[in-house]
Each structure stands twice: as C-alpha cells, then as structure tokens.
Design a protein around this ligand. Structure first.
Ligand code: IMP
Length: 425
C-alpha cells in the first residue's frame, strides 16, 4: 500500500471517515494533520453510528496506530470525552495505538468564547463557524502565543506559559469581546488534570511517522473539512483557519512531499455546504430540500442543516489541481435514487481553464443526466447498478478527468462498490 492522503474535494462532509475506515486495515498508521473538532467523521459499524471529531478514523481498527499530528488543534476536553466514549464501548486505546503530538496546539476555553462572541457580533454577516474555537486557536499559534500539548502535560511549563499569555488575552477578552477574563489559577485548575490524563499518549509523532516509514510501513494521512474551506484556496473569508489541501499533510504530519504517493479525493455525488459563503450549484427549492432529507444532511458536529445542491465538475477539476488528486471516491450515490433527471454543473460560463477568484461570480453551465428509480444500496459491483447510475458515474469521471475507484451507496461499511485500483481487494 502506498502512502496516501485523503482529502475532501468540496466543502467538507464528503464522507472521508468511511473511506479512511475502509483503507485503514491496509496501512500501519492513520495520521490527522489539520483542523480540530470542527470536523465530524461519521462511521457506521455493525449498525452503530460513531462520530469522531478528533480521533483519526482508523481508531476502530485495533492493529492500526492512530496519530494526531502537530497541525491539528486539540480541545483536550473533547479529545478526552471521545477517548472515554470509545473506551466505554470496549475499544482499547493503549499508548502504542494512539499518539498525540507534543507540538499540537491546544484549544483553550477562551478560544471557544471568542469564536462564539465574534460570530454573535457579526450578526447577518457571520461566517457560520462551528463555534469550537478553531480560528482563534490557529490565530494564537501563528501569533506565537499558543499553548501546546507539551505545555499542557507539564504544570510548571503551563503556568509559565499562561503567565506570559493571559495579560494581553484578558485585556482583549474584557475590553473588546465582552467576555469575562480568566485567571491563571482557574485555568490551571481546569487544564492540569486533563494534561495529566493525556500525558501517556503525548509524544514525538514525527519520529513515530518516520520510524513506521523506515520499517516499510505505509501511512494514511487523513484530511478534515474540504478543499473549498482551505484558508488559501477556499471561498475566503467563509473558510476554516487551516490549509485543508493535500499539501498540508506534509507540514501537519512532518513528512516531505516525496513521502506521499497518492492523493485520494472524496466527492459526494452531489454537493453540500454548512455555514455561509458562495455555493454556485446550490438548490434552494424542493429538490435541495429533498436531498437534505434523503441524505440526512445535518452537520455531524453542530447538527445544523446543510445547504444542498448538485455536483459541480468545475469545482472538482479545481480540487484535482490543488490537491494533486490521483483517484476519486464518490459517496452517497444512493441519495440520488428516485430523481427523474439529475442536473450537473459542467463548467462556469466565461471561465475556461481559469477559476473565479470570487466564486459568487460563477454562473454554472448545466447538463441534465437521466436518473434511476431502483434502490442501489445493495449494489456491491458496478454491474449491480442500474444503467443510468453507471452512466452518471461515467459522466462525472469524464468531466473531472480522474478515475472513480470507490463508490459508496449507503452509510454502512459494507455498502461500497470497490471499482479497482487502490480499493481492489
Ligand atoms: P470553523 O472551522 O469552525 O472556523 O468554521 C469555518 C467554516 O468551515 C464554517 O462554514 C463551518 O461550517 C465550516 N466547517 C468547519 N469544519 C467543517 C467540517 O468538518 N465539515 C463541514 N464544514 C466545516
């Protein structure tokens, strides 16, 4: 198995968790490299739904090492809650199975408070963040006033660090954000026990990644969010605060580009988006509502209804360029069952070979493909699909120019068609 990066090619929620879970048994380790608990990766195993926000989606495979790289921002309370929930379900998260980078930054209570206070202040022009403190935590990292896991697990270092950071932080909290200031003692009392609990898993994950590679083991780098939420390439300012493209796996996990062999792009058979910002193929009518209802398009993290629309091949072609996508997995094809005709955006008027800097300017050029009515969730081979469903997949593949090697036809692990390539066998 090569070293693979998995990325979302749209606005997140493409079903990356399920694809990571499918590939995990073939690798030595799964590494998260960016984002935080704004992500929500839903897995359905033996009829049970498991939502992961911080733990890598390989965590359910006991033989696979799960690493949280230093590009991730970690809310310790959320991570511990997730560890406790999985442990209660009988999963053993021993220190050799789960590793947390000492250099990952910590989301502190004031990050969450600031995220939510800012959104309230923005009113109608809000970004629609998940309110989990992701942006403020990354801001502090870049401003060099962050707290890292190495500080969190060492009370003396944590006290020192908070002493440096809190005077300025409290000034801003009180005088600008209208949020109550926080004392170093209160924060220490809250954080130190969490640091102590996380200590067994905290280590040099870069060394571990390279040890695995040195032994000839392969690694799956698990992206969160999607390409068009990327801080550089997304629909700025309606984006998240990290780089979500495949290149971020290098910086966020600690490998060079030469360590990565394949990039698997995950695309939903239609498109969704949570939060504000441009969405050229959005369907604000009854068809969009039907996609939301049938596809259960409600945020795994916040429960918010997702905005729904049609497959956008122009968006996908751009995602292929930005990530170097070599193979595609197409998810939720079953949700389109029962539609008479399925609109697909094949390009944007006036943009040929270029991509609009402001996606609000994109006017989709539409094509309509015939739908199918027979249920497809039981399909396990391409031959099991109705002719129109196969034609739909073939047309998307031709429009995007990358082979579709996996098709997901339902939420369960088994509801998958492995077309070939990486997913064969
Ligand atoms: P933040 O990442 O919480 O700052 O939110 C910024 C934008 O990214 C908002 O539009 C969120 O809805 C969106 N977002 C963040 N994480 C995810 C995700 O995992 N899936 C889908 N949208 C996300």
């Amino acid at each position: 198995m090569p070293n693979v990066v998995i990325v979302g090619t749209q606005w997140g929620d493409e079903g990356k968790g399920k694809v990571v879970d499918a590939l995990a048994p073939h690798v030595a380790a799964v590494v998260r490299f960016q984002g935080g608990n704004n992500a929500g990766h839903t897995l359905v195993v033996n009829g049970q739904k498991i939502v992961l926000h911080l733990l890598p989606s390989g965590i359910l495979h006991p033989e696979v090492t799960s690493l949280i790289g230093h590009g991730v921002v970690i809310d310790p309370a959320v991570l511990l809650g997730e560890i406790d929930r999985l442990t209660a379900r009988g999963h053993v998260l021993s220190a050799d199975k789960l590793g947390i980078s000492l250099s990952a930054h910590v989301i502190l209570p004031y990050h969450t408070a600031v995220d939510q206070a800012r959104e309230r202040a923005r009113g109608a022009s809000k970004i629609g963040t998940t309110g989990r403190g992701i942006g403020p935590a990354y801001e502090d990292k870049v401003a060099r006033r962050g707290v890292r896991i190495a500080d969190l697990i060492d009370p003396a270092r944590l006290a020192l660090r908070l002493g440096e950071i809190l005077p300025e932080k409290n000034h801003a909290l009180e005088n600008w954000h209208g949020v109550a200031p926080i004392t170093a003692d209160a924060l220490l009392n809250e954080l130190a026990p969490m640091g102590a609990r996380l200590r067994p898993w905290a280590r040099d994950t870069v060394a571990e990644v390279h040890a695995i590679l040195g032994r000839g083991g392969s690694i799956l780098f698990e992206g969160a969010q999607g390409t068009f939420l990327d801080i550089d390439h997304g629909t700025y300012p309606f984006v998240t605060s990290s780089n979500t493209v495949a290149g971020a796996a290098c910086a966020g996990a600690g490998v060079g580009p030469t360590a990565i062999h394949e990039v698997v792009g995950i695309a939903k058979a239609y498109t969704t988006r949570v939060g504000s910002g441009a969405f050229p193929t959005e369907d604000l009518g009854a068809a969009g509502e039907a996609l939301r209802a049938i596809g259960a398009e409600f945020g795994a993290t916040t429960g918010r209804p997702r905005r729904c629309g049609w497959f956008d091949a122009a968006l996908l072609r751009q995602a292929v360029r930005l990530n170097g996508v070599t193979r595609l997995a197409l998810t939720k094809l079953d949700v389109l069952t029962g539609l008479d005709r399925i609109p697909v955006c094949v390009g944007y008027a006036g943009f040929d070979g270029t991509f609009p800097a402001a996606l609000e300017d994109a006017v989709p050029v539409w094509e309509e493909l015939p739908g199918w009515s027979d249920p497809i969730s039981g399909a396990r081979t391409l031959g099991d699909l109705p002719r129109e469903a196969r034609a739909y997949v073939d047309r998307l593949e031709a429009l995007v120019g990358v082979p579709i090697e996996l098709i997901s036809v339902g939420p369960e692990r088994e509801a998958t068609i492995a077309v070939g390539g990486l997913f064969a066998g």
